[in-house]
Design a protein around this ligand. Structure first.
Ligand code: AP5
Length: 215
């Protein structure tokens, strides 16, 4: 088992990059944010546990996250390759992943650190819209759906995420700096960090990452 990790602040473009890599590589996209939102929509216990944390812009407890990751990666055969989006998000989660991979024989190949200025993150997130049915990501000016409020792919309702209000975005940025940014040093020590300038066009970010993966 092998994994790459997409690391970056809220709005850095992890989901957008994952969408591209899903089509270009054999990595399986595992987004803890998407998994939690799906659990909330389905009314599952794990969703109920996570909902209040997410709406407040706080992190969901490490034990919950490590449990859903273990369940997810155990579902696929050992030869699979995973692309983690939004996981790990704390040192405890990174250590938990190391333990899990030690047990199951997995390795982390690269950690892509998407570097974007704070002002750009704020602008991107207040303008983001999502399809309620398939999760396709839009942007009110950079990437609007053809018909306002309607997903191009499946006609689903395009909405604004509950945690994309300005106050909650500021909280998420603060949480990122305190709890997630220390992962850069953690993975730097292991020689796995690949800094990617991700403040420009999505296609530029895509090309930089694909170049590393196909080198
Ligand atoms: P999660 O869903 O992971 O949110 P996030 O990390 O805050 O990241 P986002 O999804 O907001 O942004 P993104 O980097 O994917 O950007 P995107 O591609 O959409 O987590 C949500 C919550 O769940 C957390 O707050 C927490 O409570 C909980 N959670 C999840 N995982 C957890 C974990 N491991 N531990 C604990 N709690 C956890 O792009 C943003 C916008 O910008 C879009 O509109 C897009 O179109 C646009 N855009 C993207 N790239 C570009 C570009 N290059 N140029 C122009 N526009 C762009």
């Amino acid at each position: 088992m092998e994994a790459i990790i997409l690391l970056g602040g809220p709005g850095a473009g992890k989901g957008t990059l994952a969408d591209f890599l899903k089509k270009q590589t054999t990595y399986i996209h595992v987004s803890t944010g998407d998994m939690l939102r799906a659990a909330i929509q389905a009314g599952l216990a794990v969703g109920l546990e996570a909902k209040a944390f997410m709406e407040a812009g706080q992190l969901v407890p490490d034990s919950v996250i490590l449990r859903i990751i273990e369940e997810r990666i155990s579902r696929d055969p050992a030869e699979n390759r995973f692309m983690f989006d939004g996981f790990p998000r704390t040192i405890e989660q990174a250590e938990g992943l190391d333990l899990l991979f030690k047990k199951q024989g997995g390795t982390v190949k690269h950690v892509f650190n998407l570097v974007v200025e704070r002002e750009i993150l704020l602008k991107r997130l207040t303008s983001r819209r999502i399809c309620k049915t398939c999760g396709a990501v839009y942007h009110v000016t950079n990437k609007p759906p053809k018909k306002e409020g309607v997903c191009d792919l499946d006609g689903g309702e395009v909405y604004q995420r509950a945690d994309d209000s300005e106050a909650t975005i500021l909280k998420r940025l603060e949480v990122y700096e305190k709890q997630t940014a220390p992962l850069i040093a953690y993975y730097q020590k292991k020689g796995l960090i690949r800094d990617i300038a991700a403040g420009g066009l999505a296609a530029e970010t895509d090309a930089l990452v694909l170049k590393v993966l196909t080198a």
